[in-house]
Design a protein around this ligand. Structure first.
Ligand code: ATP
Length: 275
């Protein structure tokens, strides 16, 4: 988590090519980003500016990667935070942090000489949960209200365009106010990868690894049903560790086999009925 941290505002090196599969999510995202890239046309046609995008889907499927690739694609500074950062015991602190977050985004864009800033809020359901349902926690309500105030206050004529990207795996518990037109009105579903997606992700994460000729990534993709991108990244790393353990300078098919078992055991992927 980089809110306030040293990396908080770096322009990420991730591009959409570093994200395997997720074609429909990428396409939807790129289509939405046209509204940011063609700002003059949006203005000319009087279209409501794009303020928020919600990425919805299970953990480890590339939502953070997509937010980073977006920042690069629209030549923007990138500020990353998580819903959990806003929850405090004292009333008003969460709301104050939200105000500071938007100010920080604009300041950093100015400093970097950019006209766009991306604010990424992971686990946004923690601050954007349904209001009045947190057993009387007024604090949550004030924090969410402040986020809505910031979104509603943004205009196409602002010097700095702020795009807020939220990520959640619990879209069902979000307050409906947050998804209303003019706020996070684009919802992009990011699902677990299918077989082709898994193959592409495996290719990405073995790009810089020496694979023996018996390694068949397509076959591994078939055998890793329900693995997320994060699981596949971990699989490629574990396979390399298995090779090192055997003093092998190539990663072989059997190392992947052992690594699959290890990742499955770790995550109990074989036993959990449904994500
Ligand atoms: P969370 O909900 O847990 O925050 P997330 O959806 O934001 O998860 P990421 O942080 O983007 O997931 O992914 C974690 C790691 O998994 C990435 O850094 C990357 O190594 C790998 N990964 C996930 N999805 C993909 C993908 N589609 N292509 C390539 N790598 C991926």
């Amino acid at each position: 988590n980089t809110y306030g941290g040293a990396n908080g505002s770096k322009i990420p090196g991730i591009t959409f090519d570093d994200i395997g599969g997720q074609d429909s999510a990428k396409n939807e995202l790129l289509e939405a980003l046209r509204f940011v890239r063609d700002k003059e046309m949006v203005k000319g046609l009087g279209i409501r500016p794009l303020k928020g995008i919600m990425l919805s889907g299970p953990p480890g499927t590339g939502k953070t990667l997509m937010a980073k690739a977006t920042a690069r694609y629209i030549d923007s500074v990138f500020i990353s935070t998580s819903g959990s950062e806003f929850i405090e015991m004292y009333a008003g602190v969460g709301a104050k942090r939200v105000r500071e977050l938007f100010k920080k985004a604009k300041d950093q864009a100015k400093k970097a000489n950019k006209s766009n800033a991306v604010i990424f809020i992971d686990e946004i359901e923690i601050l954007g949960g349904k209001r009045g349902q947190n057993s009387g926690h007024l604090e949550y309500d004030q924090t969410l209200n402040q986020l809505l105030v910031e979104l509603d206050g943004m205009s196409i004529d602002d010097d700095i365009n702020v795009l807020v990207i939220g990520a959640t795996n619990r879209i069902d518990i979000l307050d409906s106010a947050i998804l209303r037109p003019g706020r996070f009105d684009r919802v992009v579903k990011v699902d677990l990868p299918d077989k082709e997606g898994r193959n592409k992700i495996l290719n990405i994460h073995t790009r810089n690894k020496p694979l023996a000729s018996d390694v068949d990534l397509e076959k591994i993709a078939r055998e890793t049903f329900r693995f997320s991108g994060a699981h596949l990244e971990s699989l490629a790393n574990e396979a390399a560790i298995m090779a090192m353990r055997e003093d092998s300078d190539m990663i072989k098919g059997k190392h992947f086999k052992e690594a699959i078992d290890k990742v499955m055991m770790g995550e109990k992927l074989n036993r959990r009925p449904k994500e």
